[in-house]
Design a protein around this ligand. Sequence first.
Ligand SMILES: Cc1cc2nc3c(=O)[nH]c(=O)nc-3n(C[C@H](O)[C@H](O)[C@H](O)COP(=O)(O)O)c2cc1C
Length: 404
Amino acid sequence: MLTGKRILIGITGGIAAYKIPQLIRDFKKTGSDIRVVMTDSAKEFVTPLTLSTVSGDEVIIGTFPEQSSGILNAGTWHITLAQWADAMLIAPATANTIAKIAHGYADNAVTILALAMRCPVIISPSMDTDMWLRSTTQQNINTLREAGYIVLPPAEGELASGLTGTGRLPDLPRIQKAVEDILGSNRKDFLGKKILVSAGPTYEPIDPVRYIGNRSSGKMGFAIANAATQRGADVTLVAGHVHLQTPRNVKRVNVETALQMYTAMMKHHKGMDVTIMAAAVADFTPITASNKKIKKNKSKSNRFIIETRETKDILQHLGSIKDRDILVGFAVETDNEINNAKSKLKDKNLDLIVLNNPLSEGAGFDTDTNIVTIISNGGKIQKLKKMSKHEVAHAILNRVSKLF
Ligand SMILES: Cc1cc2nc3c(=O)[nH]c(=O)nc-3n(C[C@H](O)[C@H](O)[C@H](O)COP(=O)(O)O)c2cc1C
């Protein structure tokens, strides 16, 4: 898979930098071609000599490297390298470099290339737990994801400081596998395919200021839309109310209520090769929505009763009109998960169902990771371990592509 692939590794000044020479050796064994760039701080943790020895090429440090050999002959070495690579991996990525890339800084070899790259850029943060959990770091990570960077969540365990927590560089085989998956998914196996994806929650109005909603962030559906467009698909994304940037080349249709989502899905479903229903559609909607803000109840009962009715079942309807197109649904189950998901798969005439349990840590709504099981109508059950929503999206698309 990695044979002949050109991988640019950016190293920054984190303690885990000492592991990167081994990672480079592992990549080289797969037949991939490696180039290394590093920040000045990274030199404190691993020497350029070690890196150039294991990678077999000169290492670029700083913005204006002095060497005049090879790729550096070209003054615009950053553009040459950006066009050379099939993928860039930044590992370890410090909080400092993450903040810089999130804000568009380009003041050293790593940040310039992170900005100039056309290929996938995979960022593998590694730092102390408190640095990782700090709201500024988390906001920067969200910004990176929304800008299309792929962030590998750090692992949990013992840290260099002796403390235990989240922030470790993932094990090297895990990083290598992630790069391999991303490069594998870089193939255009969805070229010419039309995909409809739904994402996010629906809001059912009670009055002009209140609604019944749910905790869906839309991240899973947006990750699928993003992955599908990277793999060459023509993607339409029907999105509920979310705070996410539309992935590049994706047509986005915004909706608010379950009824609007139903109408949009029916309108765009015609002619699609694949429909993936990742939205969390409300099951019930208020029978009437007041057009004025409802005042606090002055009666003694202290109660306010909202009468609701069931919304239209979009997935059921898509299953009933399904022809040769592929239909994928999601199931959120908290008990008897596999059996409930299998029943839903059958009842709704789906090809695949993606099951998750939001009660598991690292799964479900508003997380950046998910733990899913993919079940096919042929009965195949594929349990996946905790992975980023980007990786889950590709795993789902891998299963879909086998059905073409
Ligand atoms: C011993 C030591 C270990 C460090 N380890 C990390 C680390 O693992 N992750 C991190 O984000 N910063 C770490 N830092 C802080 C960074 O080295 C510092 O923020 C530096 O400015 C990063 O520069 P760069 O992002 O340009 O490489 C460490 C600092 C020291 C002194």
